[in-house]
Ligand binder design. Structure first.
Ligand code: ZN
Length: 288
């Protein structure tokens, strides 16, 4: 079995990547995945190559559109869009656990303004939540989504990958947060749903607050939080597979630029629909 598939199966056994499977499809609870999104989530869970996609990525028309490339291609906004979907979901969960007000929960608040304290581009956490530990306490959360089979992580175990990413995040944010009397929590997840230790602590805190607020037991609240995170990830990963990775700006975007990308891996199924979607999104707006 190839290494990336073996890694995905190990994660499925030991890292609780099954939460997308537990969700009852519900439009009201926003836990509905389309058949394609569900299918893509299973591809990611078991490290299988996507079907009904172009043979080559639109980013350069030469790179094979493998699962690993679709999840790591920096062109077209897929990776940042997937990250933002998860940040939206975490922000929603933080608001649910506290109160739905900017006082309790805020997205992308400046920790350091650009040019200050040796940060030319400034520093912002993804979510700032107040009152999660104790009333008034401030926690800054920053999210990272890693694909375990990405070439950069090929030789690292999922555990080492999650720990390394958490350390890296803490190195960037922890000191600045502590100077401001706040705590910092990295939320590192893999595309198949493995969560780092600090992320698990955050899930427990969110679940505890939600369980108290809704008067449900803790295990039910933990499952609720993990399902919401898994569904957001599944949507993001599917979007990375299905959205053409066009370059933004002049010279980028447009089917004619990347003719090589139209050699289909599985021609004949869904071809016309995909091409039509690609033209509409030409220019790489992403839209996620
Ligand atoms: Zn690409």
């Amino acid at each position: 079995m190839p290494l990336d598939r073996r890694k995905a199966c190990t994660n499925a056994l030991h890292h609780h990547t099954h939460y997308a499977l537990l969700a009852s499809p519900s439009a009201a609870l926003q836990t509905y995945l389309t058949p394609t999104q569900f299918h893509d989530a299973m591809l990611v869970r078991y490290g299988r190559e996507p079907r009904r996609v172009p043979a080559y990525c639109h980013c350069d028309g030469r790179t094979p559109l493998t699962l690993a490339h679709s999840q790591t291609c920096a062109v077209g906004g897929g990776v940042i869009g997937r990250h933002n979907l998860l940040v939206d979901e975490l922000s929603h969960l933080c608001a649910t656990a506290t109160t739905d007000s900017p006082f309790s929960c805020m997205r992308e608040e400046w920790l350091v303004r650009p040019g200050e304290q040796g940060h030319p581009n400034g520093l912002r956490s993804d979510v700032r939540v107040r009152g999660l530990d104790r009333p008034g306490d401030v926690t800054h959360i920053d999210v990272r989504v890693c694909h375990p089979a990405a070439p950069t992580y090929a030789t690292r175990s999922t555990q080492a990958l999650l720990e390394g990413a958490e350390r890296e995040k803490a190195g960037t944010y922890k000191e600045v947060c502590e100077q401001q009397g706040a705590s910092f929590c990295p939320f590192v997840v893999t595309t198949d749903g493995a969560v780092g230790e600090r992320g698990k602590e955050l899930i427990q805190k969110l679940a505890k607050a939600i369980a108290h607020k809704w008067r449900i037991n803790l295990s039910r609240a933990v499952t609720y939080v993990r399902i919401r995170v898994a569904i957001a990830l599944a949507r993001g990963c599917s979007a990375c597979i299905r959205t053409p990775h066009y370059r933004r700006g002049p010279g980028g975007g447009g089917a004619a630029d990347v003719g090589g990308a139209f050699a289909w891996r599985n021609p004949g199924v869904g071809h016309g629909a995909f091409r039509a979607g690609g033209r509409q999104r030409g220019g790489g707006s992403g839209g996620w």
